[in-house]
Design a protein around this ligand. Sequence first.
Ligand code: PMP
Length: 387
Amino acid sequence: MFDTLPEQPADALLALIGLYRADPRPQKLDLGVGVYRDDSGVTPIMAAVKAAEKVLLETRTTKAYLGPEGDPVYTDLLKPIVFGKDPGGRVAGIQTPGGTGAVRLAADLVALARPDAKILYGAPTWPNHLQILNATRLKAVPHPYFDVKAQTVNVASLVAAIESASAGDVVLLHGCCHNPTGGELEPADWRTVLKALQETGVVPLIDFAYHGLGKGLEGDAYGVRLLTDNLDEVMVAYSCDKNFGLYRERVGALYVKARDEKAASVVMSNLAAFSRVSWSMPPDHGAAIVRTILEDPELTRIWREEIDRMGARVRGVRSALAAAGPGLKAHETQTGMFSTLALGPEQVLALRKDHAVYMAGSGRINVAGLHVRDIPAFVTALKAVGY
Ligand code: PMP
């Protein structure tokens, strides 16, 4: 039976965790895996999350099954955080296992509705985007989104890609905090993208995985809200795994705006059906934490303060990095945890071997893995490998 299977490549980034752990050098820097770290290098459980877990421990009376759509109170409470208001009955929402589950359901939905649709994506992107699109057999069409050498976003090529596509094709956009480049669409760029979408009928699938870690909860939502307010059909794949620090609990949601309430209800029935055959129903604990926080104004206030502090720390490290050398200036205007440095594989290897600096083979760094006091040593190491 299994002789025909090809061996799948191991996840290089996860392998890096093992190498980092085994490295005895005390000055070692982990800029690899994409989780937020605080000033002491820890990925903390947020105080609002701890408090919500306590409430759940004391008040939950059952763990009986929910349905394939998860907890609708969770998806409803999250809506004003995502959209800035109640977006109304045209927006269907379903709980998913993480942002990954949301992207997967969106791809399943498109593949069923429009099996021949092209999915435009900007390169480079989160590698799992391509794996998910391949798994659903959708035709993924790249355009150059980010010039790593120049550290600039290529808005013109994004718009050209949309203009060359047809109504019913899909463009995959990052809502904020682009992974892996940090290259952000500014408000004026979002307005240009909106115009191209209105002219062509191309539908956006917005992956919104790092809400709050860039320009804050309001600033980061500009594009998502502009497009949802002004287009008839939009998909938003949301993750609470980063902005609530719930990574392993797998907390996400997919929101789909359809032409009218009836169409939204048909979309919802399809999403529930996909959920049922994929994971039957999403895991509850993480979503219950988010629900408990958002139901309680005081816990919500604490959470908002915490996510604001996290975003501020990332911006602080970015400013310090940008000030550390002329070649690093762009890191200040980039947003979120990631940047991609123009480094070849040998340079990345030399950084690890000779300087104990760990990063993805692509040159992607997790800015949150840096402490401001590490920056001089980091910049010295970069210079030593010819950056
Ligand atoms: N989209 C992007 C761009 C991501 O970087 C990630 C996480 N690496 C996800 C989605 C999925 O996040 P989650 O852990 O919630 O599945």
